[in-house]
Design a binder for this molecule. Structure first.
Ligand SMILES: Cc1cc2nc3c(=O)[nH]c(=O)nc-3n(C[C@H](O)[C@H](O)[C@H](O)COP(=O)(O)O)c2cc1C
Length: 340
């Protein structure tokens, strides 16, 4: 239904306009989605307990789609097991100039240089107050105008304000679209940033899981550093991966646009990063696997490589909401094959 009927129409228009149009359709006519889209798969065997949280299924929506926590309820109704909002920054900011979002049709990919466009953490908090039972991840970052030396403060502000309203946190230092942000992935600033947040967290009556979201462009040596830092700061886990700066093997017209590349060209690399982290750490911490999941097979490969949960973004745009059910149905098939 989505790929045959809806996508051909949506893909005729500018990707960012389509994004806002789809949002307002889902917000105002969510009853239509309930009539026309397949019912989400619900089954006890899909439930997962990871870093102390109960997920109704392991398929989540990745950060960047519902940056401002506007649509988490409607998106959860489509069948996602959890929704990650953000990246949020302390103050609202417009992001980079348009045009900043590009489809690469022949490559089943997207390039974006949005630049953390968001309404700011306070606006998101107001919306999250109405949340009844959607499991929410809060993905946090720094404002563009904040220099890296002061970045910790921005993360602290977001952490403190969001604390009562999200189930887990994601520290995003891996977006390629905020100048110099990825430098915060270096050992020293990262240990300091995560250490500070984890200290604040430990002072709470009921601390919440903090995860680190990493780029797929890190070297093996840098990934080994990440393992050390996760262990040293005792954060709950890692999200692997964000978008890539690589442009290997692309054929679409838009391949030279600046920004982060997501979708099929990222599938293999993000799975490699998951496998590396899982093997080299001896599965010491949970990993959420994201990057180029367009089929149930892609999802299973990430789980087999060591991910405990997975997330979708570009695959959701290209394949539609049916992809969530497809993955969950495949997981159920596998579960029924396991010896009891
Ligand atoms: C348009 C767009 C905006 C994104 N914005 C964010 C963001 O704000 N924060 C973040 O952590 N990741 C962001 N991402 C990255 C995704 O969450 C995901 O890590 C990445 O796209 C790889 O997954 P995919 O291949 O399934 O899209 C964005 C991705 C896209 C395509």
């Amino acid at each position: 239904m989505y790929k045959k009927l809806i996508r051909p129409i949506l893909f005729k228009f500018d990707p960012e306009e389509v994004h806002y149009f789809t949002f307002s359709m889902l917000k105002n006519f969510s009853f239509l989605a309930k009539i026309f889209l397949p019912k989400p798969v619900v089954d006890k065997r899909l439930e997962r307990e990871v870093f102390g949280l109960k997920f109704k299924n392991p398929v989540g929506l990745a950060a960047g789609f519902d940056k401002n926590a506007v649509l988490f309820e409607e998106l959860s109704d489509l069948g996602f097991g959890f929704i990650e909002i953000g990246t949020l920054t302390p103050k609202g900011q417009p992001g980079n100039d348009k045009k900043r979002l590009f489809r690469l049709m022949e490559d089943s990919a997207i390039i974006n240089r949005m630049g953390f466009n968001n309404d700011g953490v306070d606006a998101a908090v107001e919306r999250l107050k109405k949340n009844k039972n959607v499991l929410i991840g809060g993905n946090i970052g720094k404002n563009k105008v904040t220099p890296n030396e002061d970045a910790v403060n921005d993360y602290k502000i977001c952490f403190e304000k969001l604390f009562p309203y999200v189930d887990y946190f994601v520290v995003n230092v891996s977006s390629p679209n905020t100048p110099n942000l990825r430098e915060l992935q270096d050992k020293e600033p990262l240990t300091q940033l995560l250490g500070t947040l984890q200290q604040m967290n430990s002072e709470k009556t009921a601390p919440k899981p903090i995860l680190l979201k990493i780029a797929p462009d890190l070297s093996d040596e840098q990934l080994l550093d990440i393992i050390d830092i996760v262990k040293e700061t005792k954060i709950a886990g890692v999200i692997a991966t964000n978008t890539t700066l690589s442009r290997e093997g692309l054929s679409s017209e838009n391949k030279s646009e600046t920004g982060g590349l997501s979708g099929k060209p990222l599938t293999k690399r993000s799975t490699e990063v998951i496998r590396f982290l899982s093997e080299k750490s001896n599965r010491a911490f949970p990993i959420i696997g994201v990057g180029g999941i367009h089929t149930a097979k892609d999802a299973i490969e990430k789980l087999d490589a060591g991910a405990s949960l997975i997330q979708l973004y570009t695959g959701f745009i290209y394949e539609g909401p049916e992809l969530i059910n497809e993955i969950n149905k495949e997981l159920l098939k596998r579960a029924s094959r396991l010896p009891r």
